[in-house]
Design a protein around this ligand. Structure first.
Ligand code: ZN
Length: 110
């Protein structure tokens, strides 16, 4: 749905600005993922599920650099994750997932 994707992308723009404010440099990972790609990730163990908000263009993955060092440590990315979840009740950060930690992942879930 275009309107949901648009709300999602507007929050992503705020997230990118917040990262800058926090001194976190971002590079982009996946946004859209096909069904075939998701199933391939599931079968290889890279993903735990056969569906994903990426398939609806409602999730994005980032890489984080702090002081020039690549990191995915939850404690270091926590302020950004909390900011994301504070933007909308529909926003979820992968760092807070119960079954596995996925810090690069930011999604809109309805
Ligand atoms: Zn993801």
């Amino acid at each position: 749905m275009v309107s949901e994707q648009w709300k999602f992308l507007q929050d992503v723009s705020l997230l990118i600005n917040k990262a800058k404010e926090l001194g976190i440099v971002l590079t982009g990972g996946e946004l859209y993922r096909s069904r075939e790609q998701q199933l391939s990730y599931f079968h290889s163990g890279k993903s735990k599920t056969k569906t994903s908000q990426h398939m609806k263009r409602l999730a994005i993955d980032f890489n984080f650099f702090i002081d020039g060092q690549l990191t995915y440590e939850k404690e270091k990315i926590q302020p950004l994750g909390e900011y994301w979840e504070g933007l909308s009740p529909a926003n979820r950060w992968g760092g807070n997932f119960k079954n596995f930690t996925d810090t690069p992942h930011f999604e809109r879930f309805l």
